[in-house]
Design a protein around this ligand. Structure first.
Ligand code: GLA
Length: 382
């Protein structure tokens, strides 16, 4: 068990017992790329998590050991900067946010590890940021409110990792609730926990194992394209702040002002926001089949209009389309690789896995991975 491992490595390395905190990865049922457009999302925290062991030291350094990379990293708390592509960047990013907000982070020792696959679209980086933020807050008694913790973690990603992400991942990691999904309004941050207990179905993630190296720059690019649509619409109605305020009628009226690409990006976001609202009503009415159809339309938009899918993800979604025991399937997260999320009748999960494994292997020469996930509580003490 990861907690025991962290405790014992900590004891060996730093000679004492740590305070243990954790923060989970997340799934997202529907509402993709809507968060940074002031829209709606429907994520949940899952039973894969990042665990952090922490204690203070007498120096002015963060001394860290990563179990998963089997690597050490030390930085000086009064002078540090991002190290592109290195896991230490996420930790330093959170420390920088705390310092900027006036929280006096002192020397600390840390060991961390977890079971969230990296690059699978399950937000392992957000989980690390939130676990580290919470651990520092507990250790030094900063008593940072959850909302601020979420914002510092998101800012760490913007400033240190260079990804202009929305709020969904950090929000879901901190605010997750067992057996519930969250419907979050990313503009007001109003949210509701919806119970989601599926007696006959599983939430099955299928990991393509594809990690696109240009995913971060393409992500930032999508954000700019959406912003172009908003700026064009503001010439007609200055009250429009984000794509959230637009409908397809307004979009049609600016069609001649924007490129086809910008038009398609905006169309997808406007439709996806609508879909999340309809999908949450369907969920309220226990209409899982209707919900599943919305997942398929979401994927179509992501693939054709927003263009963040890839052959492997499209293949997995297409594969399930005519299977009566799969209610819904779509790519999940930023895209360009990672997982699809599927709602599958429990008893058919093993045979589906086998069929997909054979078909995927023969087409792409790679074995996909499968994760059946449950919905769990968010960030906290272990
Ligand atoms: C990544 C980002 C999120 C969100 C998703 C797409 O996970 O970190 O903020 O934009 O992509 O929905």
């Amino acid at each position: 068990m990861i907690t025991e491992k962290i405790r014992s490595v900590f004891l060996q390395t730093f000679g004492e017992s740590p305070l243990l905190c954790h923060s989970p990865g997340r799934i997202n049922l529907i509402g993709e790329h809507t968060d940074y457009n002031g829209g709606y999302v429907m994520p949940a925290a899952i039973d894969k998590r990042m665990v952090v062991g922490i204690a203070s030291n007498d120096g002015n350094q963060g001394r860290i050991h990563s179990i998963d990379f089997d690597e050490d990293f030390t930085f000086d708390l009064s002078s540090f900067s991002p190290k592109k592509g290195h896991w230490g960047t996420y930790i330093m990013g959170v420390v920088a946010q705390f310092q900027q907000a006036g929280y006096p982070v002192k020397g600390f020792d840390m060991v961390f590890g977890g079971d969230i696959p990296v690059g699978a679209g399950l937000s392992s980086s957000a989980a690390l940021e939130c676990a580290v933020g919470f651990a520092l807050s507990e250790l030094f008694h900063f008593e940072i409110p959850q909302r601020s913790l979420i914002h510092y973690a998101q800012k760490a990603e913007h400033v240190f990792a260079g990804v202009q992400c929305g709020i969904m991942d950090q929000f879901a990691s901190v605010m997750g609730k067992k057996d519930h999904v969250i419907r979050l309004d990313c503009r007001s941050l109003d949210y509701r926990h919806f119970p989601l207990v599926l007696p006959h179905h599983s939430i099955l993630l299928i990991d393509t194992q594809v990690k696109h190296s240009l995913a971060d720059s393409a992500y930032n690019q999508r954000r700019l394209e959406c912003q172009e649509g908003v700026i064009a619409a503001q010439k007609i109605n200055p009250k429009i702040q984000s794509l959230r305020d637009m409908d397809l009628g307004i979009l049609a009226s600016i069609q001649h002002e924007v490129s086809d690409i910008v038009f398609n990006r905006c169309k997808y976001i406007i439709e996806e926001n609508e879909r999340v609202l309809t999908a949450s009503t369907l969920l309220d009415n226990n209409d899982l089949e209707g919900f599943g159809e919305k997942m398929y339309s979401s994927h179509e938009g992501l693939s054709e209009l927003y263009e963040v899918s890839c052959d492997e993800l499209d293949f997995l979604v297409d594969f399930t389309k005519d299977l009566p025991y799969v209610l819904g399937s779509r790519m999940m997260g930023g895209g360009f690789g990672g997982c699809t999320i599927n709602i599958v009748e429990k008893e058919n999960v093993p045979s589906l896995q086998q069929e997909i494994e054979t078909a995927f292997e023969s087409k792409f020469g790679v074995n996909p991975k499968f994760y059946e996930v449950s919905l769990e509580d968010g960030t906290g003490l272990v």
